[in-house]
Design a protein around this ligand. Structure first.
Ligand code: NAD
Length: 555
């Protein structure tokens, strides 16, 4: 299973390449960047984020992928099956250089038991979303989305995007969840994050994502009260288990303004930590008696969700943040676990209807100045978009680089390709010093089927239709993305999601221009047509305004 190594992996920087072309070099650097100790949660075991989300199946596979990419011709395509390179075929220059399939299991077998059995036999790894598809950029990748969700919650409940003096309560300060303290602060709130592993909080403090580490609820509430009273944004990490801390908060009559959760509940064995024991005791139990561990983890999730429901009844705006915790709680007898909504139907779907989602780019030069130049371009091109301008200005001030400098920026249909084309020109002219890779989370508008998350409560009931992510991967492959991936089980765990990713390299060439003009139109376009098909009027309007051809859309 977990094979550990103390190797330090870091992507090359600059313009000298060790592959036969920039497409391959970009895949190599982004694979390595995923495992950079500044970026990955547990690089020794190839774990990038999200519980056990890995970049390669094992170290031998990692070495073989690296060797394959270095050897790969400009008209060849490498196939990667759950983190193992399994074949190289001649395709053509415009085809993707890498095609990836991660953690896909035939539907009737698609559960964690089968997955762990296959993993034990060395046949599979868990790719999460951007871990196994080599476009994770550290906590910034989810920062803007989390910030947007808090802001949208604020608008809905308090009529204002400004959360000054508001108190947010949440759980988890790991890979992605570690964005929460900073996102809360960006929204001007006071945010308390309960995290069971002390070192995770220490890391976020070091990275500038969190202000305080405290050991007790008393200390935490003194800070919460002080900063909410002063109207000063602050972030606090409390070492503890949510299911131990929340009942005490409820007993004391504490009612946060907003409650959510991002513990790694999607994986009851290797992610979520059961309560009533120390973190260290939990790790021992996980090894000694996995079945008992899993049962206790699910029982803890039931308590945790019950508390979230109780906070909701007391008046907190409560929402699920995409870790499937409601489903596990429901399975353990919390019949009304789905009484609080997921963040997508609650706040994000209108953005998905415009093809908007977590678009991102990274500078292969390693030079932050290249990202600042892209920031200036975005500020110039989208000056009328107040939210976007605020985001970039805040990100420049508050986000520390992790690995290769990168920027997350939610852009929609029409804007993604316009922006990338300009960047490609800047690379061609030498204004940007080396190629830029453009990618996105699999959590995007038209690339995922996940009934408890991205496709929860679709208007036409099409939540579980998984044809969309498959079509997304197929059109992005046809269009010539640099690498394309199809995964199962990301975000919410085995059996609950199918999703696809794509990454595209802007190396300044005319070939890159052509790839951008195809892929960065069809990829967000999938988001628009998926929501048109589901009956969303705003998506229909976007399709009409932008001239997207949809054969059966009524005029
Ligand atoms: P992670 O494993 O790196 O971090 C999760 C953290 O939760 C860990 O630090 C862990 O110690 C802590 N934790 C586990 N059980 C706990 C408990 N009972 N009480 C308190 N702390 C506990 O995972 P991650 O990358 O941060 O992702 C977290 C979850 O969020 C996953 O389920 C992931 O799929 C989901 N996710 C959601 C989105 C989104 O956009 N909504 C994006 C990415 C990930």
């Amino acid at each position: 299973m977990a094979e550990s190594s103390k190797r330090i992996i870091r992507a090359d920087r600059g313009n000298n390449i060790s592959c036969k072309g920039w497409q391959q070099e970009a895949a190599l650097r982004m694979l390595m960047n995923n495992l950079d100790p500044e970026v990955a949660e547990n690089p020794d075991e190839l774990v990038v984020y999200g519980g056990i989300g890995k970049a390669a199946r094992n170290w031998a596979c990692f070495d073989a992928i690296v060797a394959s990419l270095k050897d790969l011709e400009n008209d060849e395509t490498l196939l990667v099956q759950s983190g193992k390179p399994v074949g190289i075929f001649r395709t053509h220059t415009m085809a993707p250089r890498v095609l990836i399939a991660n953690s896909n299991i035939v539907p009737a077998w698609a559960n964690w038991d089968t997955f762990y059995d296959l993993e034990e036999k060395g046949l599979m790894m868990y790719g999460q979303m951007t871990a196994g598809s080599w476009i994770y950029i550290g906590a910034q990748g989810i920062l803007q989305g989390t910030y947007l969700s808090f802001v949208e919650a604020g608008k809905k409940v308090f009529g204002s995007a400004d959360l000054t003096s508001k108190f947010i309560l949440t759980g988890g300060m790991g890979g992605m969840s570690g964005a929460q303290p900073l996102a809360g602060k960006m929204a001007k709130a006071v945010i308390l994050v309960v995290e069971v592993e002390r070192q995770r909080i220490e890391r976020k403090i070091k990275e500038g994502y969190c202000d305080y580490l405290v050991e007790t609820l008393d200390e935490a509430m003194i800070l919460v009260e002080k900063y909410t009273a002063a109207g000063t944004p602050a972030s606090i990490g409390l070492v503890g288990n949510c299911a131990d801390i929340y009942p005490e908060m409820l007993k004391r009559g504490i009612t946060p303004d907003i409650v959510t959760d991002q513990t790694s509940a999607h994986d009851p064995l290797n992610g979520y930590i059961p309560n009533g024991m120390t973190f260290e005791e939990a790790l021992i139990l996980r090894k000694k008696n996995p079945q008992d561990y899993e049962l206790k983890a699910k029982q803890t999730m039931a308590k945790h969700v019950q508390c979230m429901l109780d906070f909701q009844s007391a008046g907190s705006e409560t929402f699920d943040y995409g870790n499937n915790i409601r489903k596990y709680a429901q399975d353990m007898g919390v019949a009304n676990a789905f009484d609080f909504p997921g963040f997508v139907p609650a706040y994000i779907r209108p953005l998905f209807c415009e093809g908007k989602g977590p678009f991102r780019w990274a500078a292969l030069s390693g030079n932050p100045e290249d990202i600042y130049k892209t920031d200036r371009l975005a500020l110039d091109m989208f000056a009328e978009d107040e939210g976007l301008v605020n985001w970039i200005e805040m990100a420049q001030k508050m986000v520390k680089w992790q690995g290769l400098p990168a920027r997350i920026c939610w852009l929609g249909y029409g804007d993604r390709h316009r922006f990338a084309l300009k960047v490609n020109e800047m690379v061609a002219s030498g204004e940007i010093s080396a190629p830029i890779v453009f990618g996105r989370d699999h959590l995007d508008s038209g690339s995922v089927a996940s009934p408890n998350r991205e496709t929860e409560a679709m208007k036409d009931g099409s939540d579980a239709v998984a044809d969309w992510p498959i079509l997304n991967a197929l059109i992005n492959t046809s269009g010539g993305a640099s690498w394309v991936s199809v995964h199962h089980g990301g975000g919410v765990g085995m059996g609950y999601s199918m999703h696809a990713g794509q990454v595209l390299v802007a190396d300044g060439s005319d070939e890159a221009r052509q790839r951008i003009e195809r892929v960065l139109i069809s990829d967000p376009g999938m988001g628009v047509i998926r929501h048109v098909d589901a009956g969303y009027d705003s998506a229909k309007q976007v399709a009409k305004d932008k001239g997207i051809r949809i054969p059966m859309m009524e005029k």
